[in-house]
Design a protein around this ligand. Structure first.
Ligand code: PEP
Ligand code: MG
Length: 758
């Protein structure tokens, strides 16, 4: 029951139209749920640090927004200062009690206040009060703490939603900065297109359409289809249900036939809303209305209304009639963008990407970096459904989204954008120059590919080959496993495009956050589950078809290298090698002409770091997958925005691991490269150079910058910087030293500082 109440309150607040609306719902619903006489919220004003009386039920609401308390002042200030609940039987007798004139709390004795904290910041204080001399009991206190912890994020959301609306006094929406995670570097200024998630009434974007008639027709058709569905379910179940149970379906049908709901949706559509948006708006209002009903039976009807609304929405979404129009400089925004959603938009129109979930290490961010599209991930506070058609700015260096930017902020970003464009023109001249240090030490730079589009870009940037071809990308774009011949064709394209330069093809690396639509893997803990080589060794038919196709594609070219992902023990390597050798023998028998390609192992699991020497002895090369290695060494999910600031690429433990793999490989005489995102960071180039890596593989966009960084240093200086950073205790120190090193070499333009507010 408590859980249900919690969920309902949070959901209701979630659909609020702004902060005032949200706080109004909170005080009303909390007062009812806790059966108390007063519930109020004080919110901290960041410009004055005062706690402002922002909403109440039970006290004098004419003073809302008028009175406030300084930091540490009164019991409310005490809650905020101590960042913990204050629970008192008699508030007035407490030394901290401070009377706010006219607020009307004299008659209330019992006081319970809990802080509202979001990402370590105290946003405000939630209070309940009662006349009776009593201490709120433990379970009440725990309930309020639980609720407040959940409400914090929702309040921030409502606050931002509010800033999207015009300010009553200023006449313009307020500029707001939303902090997410840097996904792909660069600045983008463009217009939002929201990608609708599945049928979820609460996340339908609002859109204005021209063809109102078609929208209206679609809504009526969807309604009729749901009616038919409900009738047929009712008929199918008629033998098994009592007449009382059966009456439920009559209730369903009566909700659908209710002329008010249909009429309300229709009138919003006639006013220019698209059917999905109109439906969601009306349904949410009705859901809220039912949820507030006194009688539990009527409250339960909210669930029915929601279910019906979702059914209608599903039909509407299945025939999303309006062809989506992408404006020039589109900023794609969605709750959890996928590779497929990126595929739907013409690349020349795509200026930027914002994903509410995920982090800079998610595959969608990796893809965005490959496509050179500035991206912000994990923008959890962004009310993304309300952003359709808005103009906004993305800072992909710092993971910032600027909503309603002032002319001044816009000018600053515009300048930064132009600076970046000038830098990439300047770096173009490096294209045909070798990647070598000032004293002539070569460090070949390779690219990571997946899409065919990567190939042209990579060649333009002067890549010396492919260090990682993610074969799961072409698999993702299919509706079933591609046949051996289909695979041979797309592998051949890659090999031919780069020939005679080497192309390192990784065998299928699915699982984790990469699941194929036609081969779903559902697991509690997918990153520690059935991933990469584990899947393909369990399905030798998939593995064999893949390596056969690769080798067939290699015929007459000879630039193929095969790489095995997610290796955590030597048996996996031995088994995979056996299958590769067998395929090669069979192909020779079938008339294939070609040598066995070099086979290598990815070091991306901590176990492989400790066994790097043993692995190096078995194969032709090692390549470090620093993305996964970082996530597994630091126990930080690479997709989780909440822990993204713990994902430190320059963590001393990571540096030690990289160094020990490089040392082990060098000792065995086995070439070692690195193909995680770290390889594409110009800051990292100096340490990787110092460690003796034989090559770096990165997204094509990063290549010129890394080349410039390598060309600006002497080998002995790289080794010196490496030794310095290896003695440091934390990632921030390491990063600072590496920034200094770039700066000393006149490469300040590779170090970005955030754009300040005006
Ligand atoms: C890695 O883990 O560093 C890597 C290169 O592989 P992926 O990002 O595809 O998991
Ligand atoms: Mg990996």
């Amino acid at each position: 029951m408590m859980l249900e109440t919690l969920r309902n309150i949070v959901q209701e607040v979630n659909s609020a139209e702004g902060l005032n609306d949200a706080l109004g719902i909170i005080v009303e619903r909390v007062r009812d749920a806790m059966e108390t006489e007063v519930c109020s919220v004080y919110m901290r004003d960041p410009s004055t640090n005062r706690l402002v009386f922002r909403a109440t039920r039970g006290l004098n609401d004419s003073l809302v927004g008028e009175v406030s308390l300084a930091e540490g002042e009164g019991l409310v200030g005490l809650v905020a200062e101590r960042e913990e609940p204050v629970n008192l039987e008699n508030a007035e007798s407490h030394s901290h009690f401070h009377k706010l004139q006219g607020i009307g709390e004299e008659k209330y004795n019992a006081f319970l206040g809990v802080p509202i904290i979001h990402q370590r910041d105290v946003l405000g204080v939630l209070i309940i009060q009662q006349a009776k001399h009593r201490r709120f009991d433990e379970s009440e206190e725990a309930f309020l703490v639980t609720l407040s912890a959940q409400l914090a994020g929702v309040i921030v959301h409502a606050q931002v939603t509010g800033t999207l609306q015009e300010d009553a006094f200023l006449g313009a929406a307020l500029p707001t900065k939303i902090k997410g995670i840097a996904g792909a570097p660069g600045i983008a200024i463009g217009t939002v297109v929201v990608v609708s998630p599945g049928a979820d009434l609460f996340s339908v974007p609002q859109r204005i359409v021209n063809n109102r008639r078609a929208e209206l027709r679609a809504f009526k058709e969807a309604l009729a289809l749901v009616r038919l569905d409900v009738r047929s379910v009712a008929d199918n179940l008629s033998d098994q249900l009592s007449s009382e149970d059966h009456a439920l379906f009559d209730v369903y049908l009566s909700i659908l036939d209710d002329s008010t709901i249909g009429a309300e949706v229709a009138s919003l559509i006639k006013a220019g809303n698209w059917a999905q948006g109109a439906l969601s708006k009306v349904m949410i209002e009705h859901i809220r209305h039912f949820e507030r009903m006194e009688h539990s039976y009527l409250r339960e009807r909210a669930v029915d209304v929601k279910d019906l609304g979702t059914r209608v929405l599903t039909y509407l979404q299945s025939e999303d009639r309006e062809q989506r129009v992408y404006p020039d400089r589109t900023i794609l925004v969605g709750e959890e963008l996928t590779a497929t959603s990126l595929g739907e938009i013409p690349t020349e129109k795509l200026a930027g990407i914002i994903s509410v979930r995920g982090s800079g290490n998610s595959h969608v961010a990796i893809l965005a970096r490959a496509m050179d599209v500035p991206t912000v991930m994990g923008a959890v506070d962004l009310p993304f459904t309300k952003l359709q058609d808005r103009e906004l700015i993305i800072d992909g260096f710092y993971g910032v989204v600027e909503l309603n930017p002032t002319a001044e902020i816009k000018l600053r970003y515009q300048a930064l954008l132009e600076q970046e464009q000038a830098l990439s023109r300047e770096l173009e001249s490096l294209r045909n120059l070798p990647c070598e240090t000032l004293d002539g030490q070569r460090l070949p730079l390779y690219v990571n590919t997946g899409l065919m589009a990567d190939v042209t870009r990579s060649l333009e940037q002067g890549a010396e080959g492919v260090g990682l071809y993610r074969t799961e990308v072409p698999f993702l774009l299919q509706e079933r496993f591609p046949s051996e011949e289909e695979q041979r064709q797309f592998y051949r394209e890659q090999l031919e495009a780069f020939s005679p330069r080497p192309v390192t093809m990784r065998t299928l690396d699915i699982g984790g956050d990469k699941s194929l639509p036609y081969f779903p893997i559902e697991e509690e803990n997918p990153f520690l589950g059935w991933r990469g080589i584990r899947v393909t060794l369990d399905h030798p038919e998939i593995f064999l078809a893949q390596v056969r196709a690769m080798m067939k594609a290699n015929e007459g070219l000879g630039n193929l290298r095969i790489m095995l992902p997610m290796i955590s023990n030597v048996d996996e390597v031995d088994e995979a090698l056996e299958l590769i050798h067998r395929s090669h023998r069979e192909l020779l028998q079938e008339g294939y002409v070609g040598d066995l390609p070099p086979v290598g192992v990815m070091v991306e699991v901590p176990a492989a770091v400790y066994q790097a020497g043993v692995l190096a002895r078995r194969v032709d090369f090692l390549s470090i997958g620093s993305n996964d290695l970082t996530q597994y060494l630091l126990a930080v999910d690479r997709n989780n925005a909440r822990v993204a600031d713990l994902y430190h690429a320059f963590h001393p433990a990571i540096l030690q691991a990289l160094k020990s793999v490089a040392d082990a490989a060098i000792a065995e005489g086995t070439p070692v490269t690195i193909c995680g995102e770290l390889a594409g960071d110009p800051l990292a180039a100096v340490v990787l150079l110092g460690m003796g890596f034989d090559g770096l593989s990165m997204n094509a966009t990063s290549l010129p910058k890394v080349k410039q960084a390598v060309r600006s240093i002497e080998m002995c200086d790289a080794v010196k910087v490496l030794h310095e950073v290896l003695t440091m205790d934390n990632a921030a120190q390491v990063r600072r030293r590496l920034e200094e090193s770039l700066s000393e070499r006149g490469l300040d333009q590779f170090i970005h500082s955030p754009v300040a507010d005006s």
